[in-house]
Design a protein around this ligand. Structure first.
Ligand code: FES
Length: 177
C-alpha cells in the first residue's frame, strides 16, 4: 500500500526502500535514517523537497517536522525549491578554482543565460555552485545527482558536456529497478 499525506504520495518501491533503511536502526532511533530517506524523497518528487514532502518524511519517521527541516536546510545536497532536470553542482573551492572553476561558472552563466541558483527557461538546467566534492585532483569538476564530471577545463569540454546532458536521462534509482 502506498503512503499518502495530503497530495504527497511515495511509490510503493520508494516506501519499501524507506522501510529497509528504518529497519537498520533500533526502535525509537528511526531518525537515524533521515539522510537516505531525504535522498529518496528528493528523487521521488522532482529533485527537490517541499515543506509538504518534509512533513511526510517527519510523519514516516515519527519525529517533529522541524527535525526534518533542520537537516534538509543544513546540507546543500537537498534542494528546497523547484529545480531543472539537471542540477549542475559546480565545485568552487580552492583547488578547483586554481584550475579554472570560476571561469567554468561564468561560462555556464553566459551559455545558459542564468545566474547562480537559477533554472533555464526550458527547465533543463539549474546552476548551483557548491563547496568541495572531494574530487580535488580532477578539477574543475561538477556533479549531477550521483555522477561526477571531471576535468572540464576548456570551453570545448563544457560545450560537449552540456550537449551530452541535454540528451541524457537520469539513472533509475536502484529501488525502482
Ligand atoms: S576543491 Fe573541487 S572537488 Fe575539492
Amino acid at each position: 500500500m502506498a503512503e499518502t499525506i495530503n497530495e504527497v504520495k511515495f511509490s510503493d518501491e520508494a516506501m519499501a526502500e524507506i522501510q529497509r533503511y528504518i529497519s537498520h536502526y533500533p526502535e525509537g532511533r528511526q531518525k537515524s535514517a533521515i539522510l537516505p530517506i531525504l535522498h529518496i524523497a528528493q528523487a521521488e518528487f522532482g529533485g527537490w523537497v517541499s515543506p509538504e514532502v518534509m512533513d511526510k518524511v517527519a510523519e514516516i519517521l515519527n519525529i517533529q517536522p522541524i527535525e526534518v527541516y533542520e537537516v534538509a536546510t543544513f546540507y546543500t545536497m537537498f534542494n528546497l525549491k523547484p529545480v531543472g532536470k539537471h542540477v549542475l553542482e559546480v565545485c568552487r573551492t580552492g583547488p578547483c578554482c586554481l584550475r579554472g572553476a570560476d571561469q567554468v561558472i561564468e561560462m555556464i552563466k553566459q551559455k545558459l543565460n542564468i545566474e547562480e541558483g537559477e533554472t533555464t527557461a526550458d527547465g533543463m538546467f539549474t546552476l548551483k555552485p557548491v563547496e568541495c566534492l572531494a574530487s580535488c585532483g580532477t578539477g574543475p569538476m561538477l556533479q549531477v545527482r550521483e555522477l561526477f564530471y571531471e576535468n572540464i577545463d576548456s570551453e570545448e569540454k563544457l560545450n560537449e558536456f552540456l550537449k551530452m546532458m541535454r540528451n541524457k536521462e537520469h539513472e533509475t534509482p536502484t529501488w525502482k529497478k
